[in-house]
Design a protein. Structure first.
Length: 236
């Protein structure tokens, strides 16, 4: 993970001790949207099992302890405990672990049933074993298409990477809703919270890095006011 930090400008209601919204750039919004791509197993691993509420972390822990011999021959524990994040962001987010699929990873398929694939060479084809009693092996290597040579024009490319466009300021509310920043949207938020005395408003610039990212991920699962939960305790 990178040690990058980004800056956020918070608008705070000092009377009610609440973050009204944050002014954020592309990097922070890309981070928020990347949370939607996180597999549950990765979320548990990032937050650590001891901080998880509920019992889903018990499933994770029990699989960690389960002997590999109980798994299907074409399955392995790491594919569930440390799943690959399939969405691609050109600039890897500083919160996400390095879970990209290695470029030299090889996959193998059954010559009789190409839909059965494993990353373990010569593992048993479960379809052949279960249906024919004559096991075949996943011995044929999958050939991947070279994406660099693709001539498809269906999806425009961008040299910025990430999800949203830069050169735009975004408004992120306490519940992490995202929208383009404008005077209308800003005034709308003040009206929503019935703020008529502008003297109670304060602007604070905060830094956002790995620790804050993990805290915000956790707060997003527990609170309807994640920005307040993460940042105000640091400012008070």
């Amino acid at each position: 993970m990178s040690s990058s930090k980004i800056s956020l400008k918070l608008l705070i209601d000092s009377k009610h001790n609440k973050v009204i919204f944050a002014e954020a750039g592309k990097d922070f919004v890309d981070f928020l949207l990347s949370l939607l791509a996180l597999p549950v197993g990765t979320v548990i691993r990032l937050l650590t099992k001891s901080t998880m509420i509920g019992c889903i972390s018990s499933i994770y822990g029990s699989l960690e302890k389960l002997d590999e011999s109980y798994l299907q021959p074409n399955q392995n524990k790491d594919s569930i405990l440390k799943p690959t994040i399939t969405t691609q962001v050109t600039n890897p987010n500083f919160l996400l672990p390095d879970t990209k699929k290695p470029e030299n990873q090889k996959l193998y398929y059954c010559s009789s049933h190409p839909g059965y694939v494993s990353n373990i060479h010569n593992s048993v084809c479960s379809h052949c074993r279960n249906n024919y009693g004559n096991p075949r092996y996943l011995s044929e290597e999958v050939k991947f298409a070279d994406m660099k040579d693709s001539t498809s024009t269906d999806t425009p490319t961008s040299d910025q990477g990430g999800y949203v466009k830069g050169l735009v300021t975004y408004m992120v509310t306490g519940d992490l809703s995202v929208s383009p920043m404008s005077m209308v949207s800003g005034v709308g938020m003040l009206n929503k919270f019935n703020i008529k005395d502008f003297g109670v408003l304060e602007e604070k610039v905060v830094e956002f890095g790995i620790n804050e990212g993990l805290e915000l991920l956790k707060a997003s699962l527990l609170s309807k006011d994640a920005l307040t939960a993460v940042f105000l305790p640091k400012l008070n």
